[in-house]
Design a protein around this ligand. Structure first.
Ligand SMILES: *Cc1c(COP(=O)(O)O)cnc(C)c1O
Length: 224
């Protein structure tokens, strides 16, 4: 198998250009012409996709060893999209040490939306298990998901992706990991059992403090 450093540079063939350019061209066009009025082109409008974004999404998907990648305008937009798969009444167990912006989005937006957010020390596997399990006798169903950071921002607590994902799956919950501080260079959460990996690509993935971006990679087609 190709080694990681090679995957970073040559992991995806740059097939989409007419010039032989070795870097993926940047498409600025918001709108694409239809060849015929009844054509169904892959690209029609940039909000729903463009070739540059597709390349980025495929690149992060292969680096995180997932099936599909998704790119967003910020890390918080990525988190918002992921958590939007849940519905009012769903309970999500969240690491008690997470990025402040994620905390605010969960507790100021998603709670108003009807999501039940339950904070837990995800380094304490017994406490995590009790929280994910819920309490059927008292009408508390198992959680739908566990949400945590591999290495937490800002306190740099290390979370065990494999152990947390095992607990989540035991109760049918998804394991959702914010891998921003680690990057796939150091750890690939999907390979350790997580279902969804999120990045604020604004941080270590972009690397130069000059881009706001968010990325998500999922393990399977259903989730994608
Ligand atoms: C910065 C950060 C986010 C939010 O990402 P933005 O790109 O700033 O929206 C989410 N999670 C972690 C761990 C972060 O450090």
């Amino acid at each position: 198998m190709t080694r990681f450093n090679t995957q970073l540079v040559h992991g995806l063939p740059v097939g989409d250009n007419n010039t032989g350019a070795v870097n993926p061209p940047i498409y600025n066009s918001t709108t694409y012409a239809f060849e015929r009025v009844d054509a169904m082109p892959r690209y029609d409008y940039a909000r729903s996709g463009n070739p540059t974004r597709d390349f980025l999404e495929q690149q992060i998907a292969q680096l995180e060893q997932g099936t599909r990648g998704f790119a967003f305008a910020s890390g918080l937009a990525a988190i918002h999209a992921v958590l939007s798969i849940f519905k009012p009444g769903d309970r999500i167990v969240v690491g008690d040490n997470i990025y402040g912006g994620s905390y605010s989005q969960l507790n100021e937006f998603f709670t108003r939306w009807g999501i039940i957010v339950e904070a837990v020390d995800t380094q304490d596997i017994a406490a995590l298990e009790a929280s994910v399990k819920g309490d059927r006798a008292n009408g508390i169903a198992p959680a739908q998901a566990v949400y945590f950071e591999t290495l937490t921002n800002p306190l740099l607590k290390v979370n065990d992706v494999r152990a947390i994902s095992t607990v989540a799956h035991r109760f049918g919950a998804l394991s959702i990991v914010d891998n921003t501080f680690v990057t796939p260079y150091l750890q690939k959460p999907l390979a350790l059992g997580a279902d969804v990996v999120i990045h604020s690509a604004t941080k270590y993935l972009a690397g130069h403090s000059d881009v706001n971006a968010g990325l998500v990679v999922v393990s399977g087609e259903d989730l994608a």
